[in-house]
Design a protein around this ligand. Structure first.
Ligand code: ACM
Length: 544
């Protein structure tokens, strides 16, 4: 099983699931029960019935129940814990919350044959009219007690550099939640594209969602591919993603990156910029020098946009980016210099901290928690903001500084969690931004930084893996970059701290059968298949 549960004990007697099986639940777990029933019915062709707590014959019944933990009132990660027992009297999953029951059902899916992760039965009578169903399945006796190490078990997808259709985002939610990840961070805007509908500012998508072309090959080659690219989520699309995620206990964390990485918005509304010039949506990768001005109406634009986003994304967290904001335009701008002076700041480079506080204040007035990348700490992060630590060279220092200042932190250092880096420096690898993070590197990542003063561990609320998509133009390639690194990452985020690669590797090899059944385009541990390497280099002109 991946991620490895805290405790697994084999027992003598198991059970058999078969056609006519019942998923019985109490009121609190009824929705998880119906999801499990839908999944098993699709994969097996069995008639799967739903029932109340007393339903079903004992043998072959899966019982789900939310029960308060007798040891006290659980909170945080322990609320997501569960107990799973397979015995002669069927399968029982008990947890202090519906989320815990859900994670028990994810473990159950991994206890069943990998075939049962398919979308339709693969054996049984095919053809018109006949119902195709798999044979009864024996489930070995087992007692599992399990719960997550961290509350924030994140997966990030950059939909700005390349747009990913909603259908892939839904699939990613399925795959991430099977691995017990619970936060989906969508990087919705950047210099290269604006990806969600905002009623008050229609040009953000009419103009900002489309770019003329993208780099061909590595962007340092300076070649364009001549092919327009773009797309965006309507409000209904985002609402669907949020609801689909919620049913799988995944919280969507939307990001609007500001005040840098904003060229798509400035292309749509030049008055947001510092020069008044009309730019096009960025057709290169890398960081643009063109950033937001800090006029009152620009700050209002930002809070207006976040208001509309927050209406659709009800989760507690809103991400405001804040990374890599060059100050060259502010230094050259009389208005920015005057603003800094009037605020008593030593210079325009301190304006970002002031700006973040304006935006975070508006979010906090709406009851939302601001999240920002490492740089929001510079000059002081807004009170209560969560710092997502990304830079590799100073990750430890930044995490400690943030925790000491009372901020919660999420450990997302590029050195271990940036899955846009290639798996290795072999020339067989498809083109990537740079080399390289192996699956074993990911598995060896320890999120709690060494030297964190005692008592501050609680500020490390979790960890997250990132997929920036400059060099990831398709869902298939995204799956290649994520998997199997996401499998290793899921144990970093969920499982007990003691991890050994030699213990994990055979389990990962066995887990590949599940990825196969799910149709995931994962990278084999031995290296890319010829198809995986070739498809990419043909399209993008080959690795440098
Ligand atoms: C980042 O990678 N610029 C957060």
């Amino acid at each position: 099983m991946i991620p490895r549960p805290s405790s697994v004990r084999g027992t003598a007697e198991g059970t058999t699931l078969s056609d006519g099986m019942v998923v019985a639940s109490d009121e609190a777990s009824a929705d998880v029960a119906s999801l499990l029933a839908e999944e098993l019915q699709a994969a097996t062709g069995w008639r799967v019935a739903l029932g109340g707590p007393g339903a079903g014959s004992s043998h072959g019944t899966v019982r789900l129940a939310v029960r308060p933990d007798p040891s006290g009132v659980p909170d945080g990660p322990s609320l997501e814990s569960y107990r799973l027992r397979v015995s002669a009297s069927g399968v029982e999953i008990e947890a202090p919350s519906p989320a815990g029951v859900f994670y028990g059902t994810r473990t159950l899916r991994e206890l069943l044959p990998a075939e049962l992760l398919r979308s339709a039965p693969t054996i049984g009578p095919p053809g018109a009219g006949a119902r195709s169903a798999v044979a009864p399945v024996d489930v070995p006796g087992v007692e599992i007690e399990d719960g997550p190490r961290f509350a924030w078990r994140g997966i990030h997808l950059d939909v700005a550099r390349h747009f990913f259709q909603k259908r892939f985002v839904l699939r990613l939610i399925d795959l991430a939640s099977l691995h017990k990840l619970n936060m989906l961070h969508l990087h919705l805007t950047d210099d290269q594209g604006w990806r969600f509908q905002v009623d008050r500012y229609p040009l953000l998508t009419e103009v900002g969602a489309w770019r003329r072309e993208s780099p061909a090959g590595h962007y340092r080659e300076g070649r364009g591919d001549g092919t327009p690219h773009g797309g965006f989520y309507t409000k209904a699309d985002l609402a669907e993603i949020v609801a689909y995620a919620a049913r799988r206990f995944v919280t969507v964390v939307p990001e609007v990156d500001m005040p840098g990485h904003m060229l798509a918005a400035i292309a749509a509304y030049p008055q947001l910029g510092n020069t008044g010039r009309q730019f096009e949506v960025y057709t290169s990768w890398g960081i643009s020098d063109h950033v937001l001005n800090l006029e009152e109406r620009t700050v209002r634009f930002c809070t207006d946009v976040l208001d509309e986003l927050a209406e659709i994304c009800p989760g507690p967290y809103i991400h405001i980016g804040g990374d890599e904001c060059p100050v060259t335009e502010w230094e050259a701008s009389a208005a920015a210099r005057d603003l800094a002076k009037s605020l008593g700041l030593p210079g325009p480079q301190r304006l970002q901290s002031w700006f973040s506080r304006q935006v975070a204040g508006a979010l906090s007035a709406k009851g939302r928690v601001t999240v920002g990348w490492t740089e929001i700490l510079e000059g002081g992060a807004p009170p209560g903001a969560v710092v997502m630590v990304w830079r590799g060279d100073d990750a430890r220092e930044v995490a400690i500084k943030a925790a000491e200042a009372g901020h919660d932190v999420i450990m997302s250092p590029e050195t271990w969690t940036y899955f846009d880096l290639s798996y290795s420096d072999s020339p067989a690898e498809p083109l990537a931004i740079r080399a390289g993070i192996s699956v074993a590197d990911v598995y060896g990542f320890e999120p709690v930084p060494a030297g964190l003063p005692p008592g501050l561990e609680g500020h490390v609320i979790g960890t997250q893996c990132q997929l920036w998509t400059e060099y990831v133009p398709t869902p298939e390639h995204a799956e290649y970059m994520y998997f199997p690194r996401v499998c290793a990452f899921s144990e970093v985020a969920w499982s007990p701290r003691d991890r050994r690669w030699d213990e994990f590797e055979p389990r990962l090899e066995a887990h590949m059968a599940r990825l196969d059944a799910l149709g995931v385009n994962y990278r084999p541990l031995a290296g890319p298949t010829p198809g995986q390497a070739r498809t990419w280099s043909t399209r993008m002109g080959g690795p440098l």
